[in-house]
Design a protein around this ligand. Structure first.
Ligand code: THU
Length: 135
């Protein structure tokens, strides 16, 4: 099991890869699997701003792209330079609802290592999920 210090330092590493020349707001994220494999993500912006990919979604999409089973994700970690530990945007919460379990742990940091921990269900209660679609 990774310590808080290890999560913080790996998330900081992930943040270093951020491509954010338009906002200058660097975000790092990690998906941690049941066996403690760590997959990193960062925010990647575009001149056409709406095409930006947040760090959380990058980490989840990297996990899937690299052939890991998203069902093995036990925790997602996020870090940014915010006053309080950074809180994921609405789009990322919806993607979390698709690929993570309601009980998956979300660990949020700021650069001062202030930490907030909750579950996906806490971030997106009453989520719209595939079970809501009629065949
Ligand atoms: N961003 C993230 O990567 N994750 C969040 O939780 C909040 C926002 C990115 C998107 C954009 O590149 C920059 O931060 C400013 O919104």
């Amino acid at each position: 099991m990774l310590s808080i210090d290890e999560k913080y330092s790996l998330a900081l590493d992930a943040r270093l890869n951020s491509y954010s020349p338009y906002s200058n707001f660097k975000v790092g994220a990690l998906c941690i699997l049941e066996n403690d494999t760590v997959i990193k993500g960062c925010n990647i912006e575009n001149m056409s701003y709406g095409l930006t990919n947040c760090a959380e979604r990058s980490a989840i999409f990297n996990t899937i792209s690299q052939g890991f089973n998203y069902k093995d994700i036990k925790e997602i970690v996020i870090i940014a330079d915010t006053e309080k530990p950074v809180s994921p945007c609405g789009a990322c919460r919806q993607v979390m609802a698709e690929f993570l379990k309601p009980s998956t742990i979300v660990t949020m940091f700021n650069l001062n290592k202030e930490t907030r921990v909750c579950s996906v269900k806490d971030l997106i209660p009453f989520a719209f999920t595939s079970g809501d679609l009629h065949e």
